[in-house]
Design a protein around this ligand. Structure first.
Ligand SMILES: C[S@@+](CC[C@H](N)C(=O)[O-])C[C@H]1O[C@@H](n2cnc3c(N)ncnc32)[C@H](O)[C@@H]1O
Length: 414
């Protein structure tokens, strides 16, 4: 990624991030990691903020601009228009600054077009935005349809929750005090006010806490591991759940397939002064020396439960990905079930809102295992579903800032 330093570096970063996600189909985090080290952290953060705003509200921004465009503009102009419109309508940038900055992003022949369209957006856009069906426009149709089928009327609240960036949630080592300013949620997560930087919290350097969404912290809690138990954390990086299991005193073996994800897993465990065994292997075909008392399988999925944190997800995932991932999840579940001792327990989880990656798995419990229904009291303030599994959605606890969408079920070997 090459980024010019001449004009507004933050906006250049936003432009490069949008090109990566929307045109090259790369994950936003990967694109952020590729921002050159020569860019100041504050410019990188500013660019990220603008790009995230565009990605969250892409459908609405395009709908506002559509009446002012005669044909679809070339890619660089479209990116500049989206950046300018987001600044004008969502981020509170003064109109002259937003328009001239967007104009400076494009080559001279496109400057007139960007200038003309954004002037009209500055004049009429706010009213037009208010009148749109934002939830519908900002959600790809295939996702809307699938969420409506799976979650009924809640689809609108789910889509509305994606307009807000998620707050910083922290998991704490047993005995560690929550940082100043934290709200303690009923499930034990410490939630920090908007704008908190985790690296500036004293408990970060001390290795007492790690970032983990309130819903993401639930699957490991449902496993309720005891000190000394032999526990496998399958699909482990970057290690949020490995940390929970190891901090509870279990002997943990964490398995991760991607070599490129191992360094972060190692660094996280080192900072937290936790010593699980870290294995770089595919779970399918992995042959441990002993069977496990408990297994956590946090399977790869479309991650549609994490759109508040990852606004690129709706733009990168396609309907056909769901079936492919659901089939992988089934294979992983069968492989994991063979590693469990008699009487051992297994929690299977995905951070997806798609029924195929969640509730549908209840009908495919591997041979020799049975469902161990989750009880309401295990999930204070959330409760289990009537069918005994966990289902969270981003619109739950909305007054407190919501949570990721997760599915989890707990199985035991007879
Ligand atoms: C949902 S993420 C795991 C998040 C992690 N459990 C946490 O709490 O921080 C899924 C992970 O599974 C890994 N993975 C995918 N397929 C795998 C396989 N067949 N064997 C092992 N790891 C796999 C991915 O590379 C990814 O790191």
């Amino acid at each position: 990624m090459s980024i010019s330093h001449v004009v507004s570096p933050g906006r250049r970063v936003a432009d490069a991030l949008l090109e990566s996600v929307l045109e090259q189909h790369r994950a936003l985090e990967e694109a952020l990691d590729a921002v050159p080290g020569s860019i100041e952290p504050r410019d990188k953060a500013a660019g990220h903020r603008i790009a995230a705003a565009v990605l969250r509200r892409l459908g609405s921004l395009d709908a506002v601009m559509e009446p002012f465009l005669r044909r679809s503009p070339p890619a660089p102009a479209l990116r500049a228009l989206r950046i300018g419109a987001a600044e004008l309508l969502l981020l509170g940038t003064p109109p002259h600054a937003a328009v001239s900055a967007a104009v400076s992003l494009v080559p001279r022949p496109l400057a007139g077009l960007v200038n003309a369209v954004l002037r009209r957006v500055a004049e009429h856009g706010a009213r037009a935005l208010e009148e749109l069906d934002a939830e519908r426009l900002d959600t790809p149709t295939w996702l809307w349809t699938s969420w409506h089928a799976a979650h009924g009327a809640a689809v609108r609240a789910i889509a509305a929750s994606h307009r807000q960036e998620a707050l910083l949630d922290l998991s704490l080592k047993p005995g560690a005090a929550p940082p100043e300013g934290a709200t303690l949620l009923p499930t034990g997560t410490a939630r920090m006010p908007a704008g908190t930087r985790i690296t500036e919290l004293p408990g970060f350097a001390a290795g007492e806490l790690w970032a983990q969404d309130a819903a993401a912290a639930l699957p490991a809690r449902l496993l309720a591991v005891k000190p000394g138990e032999l526990v496998a954390d399958l699909c482990a990086a970057p290690g949020g759940k490995t940390a929970q299991l190891a901090a509870a005193g279990a002997r943990v073996i964490a398995v991760e397939r991607e070599a490129s994800r191992m360094p972060r897993l190692r660094e996280n465990m080192a900072r937290l002064k936790l010593t699980p065994d870290l294995v770089n292997s595919d779970v399918i075909g992995w042959k441990p020396e002993a069977l496990f008392d408990a297994i956590l399988l946090d399977a790869p999925c479309t991650a549609t439960g994490t759109i508040r944190r990852h606004p690129d997800v709706p733009h990168l995932k396609r309907a056909k990905d769901v079936a492919v991932l659901a089939a992988q999840q089934r294979n992983l579940l069968v492989a994991a079930s063979r590693l469990l001792k008699p009487g051992g327990r297994l929690v299977f989880a995905t951070c997806s809102l798609q029924a195929e990656e969640g509730e549908a798995h209840l009908a495919h419990i591997p041979e020799g295992l049975r469902l161990d229904p989750i009880r309401d009291e295990e999930l204070p303030g959330i409760g289990a579903t009537g069918a005994g599994h966990l289902r969270t959605r981003p619109d739950l606890w909305s007054a407190e800032g919501g949570m990721d969408g997760f599915f989890a079920m707990r199985l035991v070997r007879a």
